[in-house]
Design a binder for this molecule. Sequence first.
Ligand code: SF4
Length: 240
Amino acid sequence: MAAKKTSKRKNPVRKSPKDFKPSKGDLQDAPGRATKILAGLKKAYPGARCALDYKNPLELLIATILSAQCTDVRVNIVTRDLFRKYRTAADYAGAAGEELEADIKSTGFYRNKARSIKAACTEIDQTYGGRVPDSMDKLVNLAGVGRKTANVILGNAYDTPGIVTDTHVIRLSRLMGLSGQTDPIKLEFDLMDIIPKKDWTLFSHMMIAHGRTVCIARKPDCEHCPIQAYCCYGQKNLQK
Ligand code: SF4
């Protein structure tokens, strides 16, 4: 009698998460799934918050600029001394470029970051009397500040809801079938349509926490994911 064929596949996940793109059908029921996903994330990450250490909007702006291509842990180590040395926008604006570069060197891309910090702080000092502006229009006009950084400032320092489309939020939103966009701004607007405004900031924190702990880029742990039932990638690729 012929031996019964057995599957050699140990991991039931078939498609690479990197190659996944939600279908039109997936996106049609995104609003309903978004509600369930939001509830599931709230249950899973009740303490989700901004991982950067800061005490005021200026410190958050500096930390966010430094966090590009750098871990939050590293940024928090660097800002511990940095925030003691530079207290105001004028302090950064007046700093010698080379000295500021040396102070932030370990966060990477330090020349560009020092340039952005000095330019943004010069404008904050001269145009806004040293206070970081609290509107999207004004923030995105500062050097080195795009919508993502502006939303971090608005959502965390000024209690004005904003969706932060960082790399985790973009990746997870596509896997979950909440948006098919790869462009951060288009994806942000897709999410703004299906996530209640009051939850925009919290949603970003929870997605980042989920992307760091469960929905890891190379190998999302779909089998143990609390929102797998509402996730397009999880549903399609765990089918046996
Ligand atoms: S089921 Fe969970 S872990 Fe898997 S892709 Fe979806 S969100 Fe990520």
